[in-house]
Design a protein around this ligand. Structure first.
Ligand code: GDG
Length: 462
């Protein structure tokens, strides 16, 4: 087996359990199983440019190679082009895009820096797998440095339709960079279809039904590889008794109260304000629900230097305060809003102890929380997943209650349906959902992508 070299903006801390962020969780699960090298930014920002060799550290089966960035890189590449241009754009939020020419310069400079660092550690038989929107130009940079190894790319976030992509300056260059990879992986068929429309409309190329695109002498595979979780280890974690969660659960049981849970990075794509409004609407439409249900929303801090993230935080704090002010009683708090990070094992226990998993992003590549909620349920008395139709996961998880995250009434009605669903129906849906998350788990994701990258197979591409 060839050595696998994974590259992403950040490398996850494999020694910590309280890791948030889907890429870190999904990749750590997969890479631990196969072993290999993981290269990325170490999270440090330097005042001045330095050209260090990557710092190497071995953790179990994985060798981590990390480099620092400068403050300017951080501001222009990370906060700038990646998170103020590509992130909102790829999530269909043109209104939040803030473009500056220096952002694009920074993006290209940091991709070149990654290519220099990577060149110093690559071996001839390596196979390279690059992740996410931060590093779209990296294959082109590596090819310029004479790299001939196979290079794959996986986009964790959505790929929007061509008319949205076309709003970013130099969009043609960006997509041409994407086509320098040997395999381009998407979460859903919708995303893959959007690339197909772009290459056909703007570049005059054809994508075959199996995902192959011919570019001169080269052939690129575009495939759909839905990311999954390590189901068994999540099940095991959820089944392990957690004293703190158990005490809370028993108290709720005595009072006959149910719990709806939401867990997200505090990001404007996750639909949090309308989620809180939907919960308030539930209490309005169904007054009998008051005092018999509460919403626990864990919102993990993220990208706090970007203005749009400051605004969403303020909005959520005001909303949860207003809902509690309006509905709370001396012995019932309707919304428990937690702005912080919770250990992964506690999260699994909380999912299991909650009767509804409420996952309502306005747009999401996949959404691993939806899959984790399903994995955590007890087969004999499972909870119900209420899932946005705009999460990539909705392409697979048909037995969830699928909602429109922009329609507060629709979400409220489905919350009520979930909270009152008969046991037999819950069990049936749970069995079907469990089957689905096992079919596309972390191992399947890695194997399917590797089959395309190593052997040029396209059976999973369409
Ligand atoms: C991107 C794409 C795609 C969250 N809060 C805590 C915590 N988390 C964990 C969750 C889950 C992960 O972080 C979040 O993953 P998601 O998939 O839900 O979302 P993104 O971070 O936006 O991930 C997404 C993903 O990449 C993978 O390709 O699915 O569409 O946007 O695992 O459990 N974990 C802990 N404490 C928290 O407070 N321990």
């Amino acid at each position: 087996m060839n050595r696998l070299v994974v590259v992403s903006n950040r490398v996850a801390d494999l020694t910590r359990t309280a890791q948030s962020g889907g890429l870190a969780v999904g990749l750590a699960d997969s890479l631990r199983q196969r072993g290999g090298v993981w290269m990325g930014w170490d999270g440090q920002t330097l005042k001045y440019e330095d050209q260090p060799e990557p710092r190497i550290r071995k953790i179990g089966t994985v060798t981590q190679a990390t480099i620092p960035l400068t403050e300017q890189d951080y501001s222009e590449y990370y906060l700038g082009f990646a998170n103020s241009v590509l992130w909102p754009l790829f999530h269909y939020r043109l209104d939040l895009v803030e473009y500056k020419t220096v952002f694009l310069d920074g993006y290209r400079r940091v991709n070149a820096k990654f290519a220099d660092a990577l060149t110093s550690i690559l071996q001839p038989d390596d196979i390279i797998w690059i992740h996410d929107y931060h590093l779209i130009p990296l294959a082109a940079e590596l090819r310029q440095r004479g790299c001939t190894q196979r290079i794959g790319f996986f986009l964790h976030i959505p790929f929007p339709p061509p008319e949205i992509v076309a709003a970013v300056p130099r969009h043609r260059w960006l997509v041409e960079c994407l086509l320098e990879f040997d395999v381009i992986g998407f979460q859903t068929n919708t995303d893959r279809g959007n690339l197909q429309h772009y290459v056909e409309d703007h570049l005059g190329c054809r994508m075959e039904a199996d995902g192959r695109i011919k570019i001169g002498e080269r052939e690129v595979i575009a495939g759909c590889y839905p990311i999954g979780i390590d189901v068994d280890s999540f099940v095991e974690m959820a089944e392990r008794p957690n004293d703190e969660v158990n005490i809370e659960t028993q108290r709720r049981e005595i009072l006959g109260r149910k719990q709806i849970i939401g867990v997200d990075r505090l990001d404007y794509t996750k639909g949090l304000p309308d989620r809180l409004r939907a919960f308030a609407r539930l209490l309005e439409l169904y007054p009998e629900m008051r005092k018999s249900v509460a919403l626990m929303q864990i919102a993990t801090p993220t990208r706090e230097e970007v203005e749009a993230y400051v605004e969403i935080r303020t909005e959520l704090e005001a909303l949860s305060g207003a809902i509690n002010g309006r509905f709370a009683d001396f012995n019932w708090t309707p919304v428990r809003y937690i702005h912080g990070i919770v250990p992964r094992d506690a999260l699994a226990a909380l999912f299991r102890a909650s009767q509804v998993g409420f996952v309502t992003p306005l747009r999401d590549g996949m959404n691993l929380v939806a899959k984790e909620y399903v994995a955590a349920q007890a087969a004999e008395n499972p909870g119900v997943l209420v899932l946005s139709k705009f999460a990539g996961a909705a392409e697979e998880l048909h037995e969830a209650l699928i909602v429109n995250p922009y329609d507060v009434d629709d979400m409220a009605r489905n919350l009520c349906r979930a909270l009152t669903m008969p046991l037999e129906e819950r069990q049936e849906r749970q069995r079907a959902l469990m089957k689905r998350i096992r079919k596309h788990d972390a191992k399947d994701w890695l194997n399917a992508f590797m089959a395309a990258l190593e052997k040029g197979e396209t059976k999973h591409a369409a």
